[in-house]
Design a protein around this ligand. Structure first.
Ligand code: SME
Length: 153
């Protein structure tokens, strides 16, 4: 995967947009479409000690996840990237799409404040390598820059 190209594509797609929800929608669709073996990509936004489903691309997903629950909740609690090679071995994993076998969740900050998580699922085991993690961190940085100047609706 050429993450430089994907970064460029996502930056160009988000730049003309004005609203965070629109940006999350477009980013989700591009991530799911461009990354091989990905069956779900999307965002949960922070509301108190709960993550709430925002824009995504994939099958229906649960609306709320408490901090500490599942892979997303672990990311929210620790503010650390969670890269899980086999979700079936992750204690408390929340299975929204039973086809998912591996997952990566990254924290998203807005003006230094924890704002959302980006969750990406794959049907392949061990889909996300260290290189993917680095590439996705770069994509999250672009998303963070864009949402800082967007309207929060
Ligand atoms: N698997 C996630 C839940 C969200 S769905 O994958 C979209 C988790 O364990 O937190």
């Amino acid at each position: 995967m050429d993450y430089n190209e994907l970064c460029k594509e996502i930056k160009e797609a988000l730049e003309p947009l004005n609203y965070i929800f629109s940006m999350f929608s477009v980013a989700s669709v591009l991530l799911k479409d461009r990354l091989d073996g990905v069956n779900w990509a999307g965002f949960y936004i922070v509301r108190g000690d709960t993550l709430r489903l925002s824009a995504y691309s994939g099958k229906p997903a649960c609306e709320e996840i408490k901090f500490g629950k599942g892979v997303c909740g672990k990311c929210a609690e620790t503010k650390q990237i969670q890269r899980v090679a086999n979700v079936h071995e992750f204690k408390g994993h929340i299975a929204c799409d039973s086809a998912s076998n591996s997952e990566i969740v990254l924290p998203v900050f807005m003006n230094g404040k924890f704002y959302a998580v980006l969750d990406i699922d794959s049907t392949e085991f061990s889909r996300f390598t260290e290189e993917d993690q680095k590439g996705l961190e770069a994509i999250v940085s672009i998303i963070e820059e864009e949402i800082e100047i967007a309207l929060n609706y």
